[in-house]
Design a protein around this ligand. Sequence first.
Ligand SMILES: NC(=O)c1ccc[n+]([C@@H]2O[C@H](COP(=O)([O-])OP(=O)(O)OC[C@H]3O[C@@H](n4cnc5c(N)ncnc54)[C@H](O)[C@@H]3O)[C@@H](O)[C@H]2O)c1
Length: 337
Amino acid sequence: MKKVLITGTAGFIGFHLAKLLVAEGFRVHGYDGMTDYYDVDLKRRRHQMLLQSPGFSATEDLLENYERLSQAADAFQPDVIVHLAAQAGVRYSLEQPRSYIDSNVVGTFNVMEVARQHAVEHLLMASTSSVYGANEDMPFAETDKADTQLTIYAATKKANEAMGHSYAHLWNLPTTMFRFFTVYGPWGRPDLALYKFVDAILDDRPIDIYNNGEMYRDFTYVDDLVRGIRLLMDAVPVRPGSSEEIEEDDSLSHVAPFRIVNIGNADKVMLLDFVEAIEEALGKKAIRNYMPMQKGDLHATWADTGLLQRLTGYRPQTDVRNGIARFVEWFRDYHGK
Ligand SMILES: NC(=O)c1ccc[n+]([C@@H]2O[C@H](COP(=O)([O-])OP(=O)(O)OC[C@H]3O[C@@H](n4cnc5c(N)ncnc54)[C@H](O)[C@@H]3O)[C@@H](O)[C@H]2O)c1
């Protein structure tokens, strides 16, 4: 069975992906720096759960420590690398922009170097729907021009896509970049709306609703998302021959084994409907604090998932009400509330 090095396994998505791959019999090595952007205890709990499985081992260090990352890869000899570790969060990037340069630009460069040294079969790396920035045509397709990032977070992810393309081209390194759309589910991130809303409503604190709730997000349930990643691991991009036609709606590069793929739910949900679904799952009303639109926020995101479906035959489809109910169940159990 293949060996997969995953960065960011103490994080929300990396944890779920590692769990899925280990259950399928892969050997997984996790690499995570346990940064204190949010509750480190939650990260430790995720890693502890993974470490119960003999198929999982881990190194705790920063991506910026190239020597350590390289040593971990030398010892493990990965066939595939899935790079999910990053300084995430749109709003925090207004406060601490440097953290995004360090983790996402320098860190991703180090991962690409390791992937090149080990000539892995496939390098898969996380980008974000935020790279669509000020685009207005929806749903967002991978082949749309995406040059208007609105935050430094989005800009570092767009930089990762460009860096990934150059390495795919120079070193013949098959590379897939994912553009994820607002991921949610059990073991989710405390800095994201769902977690904050549930926590506040249970404690009778008001919740901040930006732009009077007139925002739309393509919410993707985490199990659907990691299933999409798993299937894309087998969809290895190849360098097209000079005479080959690339399908119009395929983002495959015409010079490099490189592709960008949206993973979203292909549906957009209004923030107010999202809040109502949370109230329903909790059986309790929120105290609503309506706020203006925040700097750098996108009005809407909505994924065209046609390429994912053509490459894998799969389309995420968890209904947001079911997904929220599952999150609430986990939250209450985890926090004993
Ligand atoms: N969750 C979403 O809605 C979403 C949406 C779009 C893109 N993404 C991207 O998906 C990936 C995973 O996101 P997530 O939601 O699991 O985030 P997360 O913050 O839960 O996980 C990221 C993990 O990376 C680790 N990390 C951060 N900086 C590091 C560094 N410099 N060195 C080593 N480890 C470091 C953190 O400790 C954390 O455990 C990220 O690349 C993120 O940008 C997430």
